[in-house]
Design a binder for this molecule. Sequence first.
Ligand code: PAD
Ligand code: ZN
Length: 374
Amino acid sequence: MSTAGKVIKCKAAVLWEPNKPFSIEEIEVAPPKAKEVRIKILATGICRTDDHVIKGLMASRFPVIVGHEATGLVESIGEGVTTVKPGDKVIPLFMPQCRECNACRNPDGNLCIKSDITGRGVLDDGTTRFSCKGKPVYHFMNTSTFTEYTVVDEFAVAKINDAAPPEKVCLIGCGFSTGYGAAIKTGKVTPGSTCAVFGLGGVGLSVIMGCKSAGASRIIGIDLNKDKFEKAKAVGATDCISPKDSTKPISEVLSEMTGNTVGYSFEVIGRLDTMIDALASCHMNYGTSVVVGAPPSAKMLTYDPMLLFTGRTWKGCIFGGWKSRDDVPKIVNDFLAKKFDLDQLITHVLPFKKIQEGFELLYSGKSIRTVLTL
Ligand code: PAD
Ligand code: ZN
C-alpha cells in the first residue's frame, strides 16, 4: 500500500534537550510539501558534528532529530520536484545547492544560502514535518537522518548510482567528502608536498586520503590518542605524533621533523588552540592552513597577526568545498570505480536502535565511523 500523501508513523532518535541521551520515539512524518522530498533512510553514520548539538556546542532548537550522513530511498515527492523520483537512491545534503544564490553561482563557492548552519531547524517554508507526542520536532542542518523517514527540500538531496552500497556511501554525505575535499579542493595539496593533519577521526583520516591522492610525499598525523595511529598509517600517513610526547610547541616539533617544509596543515578537531597550532605549523611564508573542525559556537580566538603577515594563507571549508548536488553523485561513482576505499573508515556497523552505543564508541575513542543500519 502506498504511503504517498499520508502521514508516516515511524521510529526516530529524538533529542529532547542538550546533554541527554537519545530517546527512540514513535514520531509522525508529514508528507512532503511542494519542492520537498520524503526519504526512507537506509544507513546513517555518526559524526562528531551530531555530538556538538548534544553537548550544546552547536546552535540548535529542541526537540530535534540530528544525523546528517546518510543514504536513503525516495519514498514520495511533493509538487514540482523534478530532480528525484520515488525509488531513487539518494544522499541527503547538509550543505545544499540551490543553484541560484551567489555562492552556488560562483565557480569556487559552495556555501549555499539555503544551508542551516545557524540552527533554524525548519525546512525552507519555515515549518517542520516532524512531530512527537503532539509537539513539533525540529530538523537539523537540512537533513535529520536518525529516523526511519525524513523530509528534505529538493535543493538538499542528490540522486546517486543505484549500485552504491548504502552502508558505505553514507560517509560521502559528510565525513569522507569533507576531509577529502579539504585536501584536494580547498587546500589544493600539491605533489611532493608535506602535510600535517591535526585530529585522526573519520574526517581527519579522509584528509589524509585526500593528501595522499594529491601526491603529498610526507603526511604527518597528530592526535592525543595513539590508538588512532595504526589506522592513520594504513590510509596514508607517513608519520604520527602525539603532542603529549614533547614539551616543545607542536609547530616546533613539526618544523624540526620536516626541515621546516610543512606546506599544508589541517585542523580536524574543532578546538581553538589546535586551530592556532595548525596555523603556526605550516610554513611561515608559503604555507596554507585549513580549518575543517567545526568551531565551538560563540567562541572567539586571539592570535599573533605576525602568523599571517609573513605570508601564510588561512582558510576553512564546509563540506570540503564541494558543490553538493553536482559533486556527490560523482564522488559516489569514483567510489564505485575504486578510486578510494571507505572500509578503512567504518569500524562499527550497528542496528539503528543501538544509536546510544554508537555514540559511546565515539566518546571512548574506539570508533572511527559507526554506521547505523535501518
Ligand atoms: P572525531 O571526534 O572522530 O575525531 C577527532 C580526533 O581529534 C580524535 O581522534 C581525538 O582523539 C583528536 N583530538 C581531540 N583533541 C585533540 C587535541 N587537543 N590534540 C590532538 N588531537 C585531538 O571527529 P570527526 O573526525 O568526526 O570530526 C572532526 C571535526 O570536524 C569535528 O569538529 C566535526 O564537527 C568537524 C566536521 N566538520 C565538517 C565541515 O563541514 N567542516 C564536517 C564534518 C565534521
Ligand atoms: Zn558530519
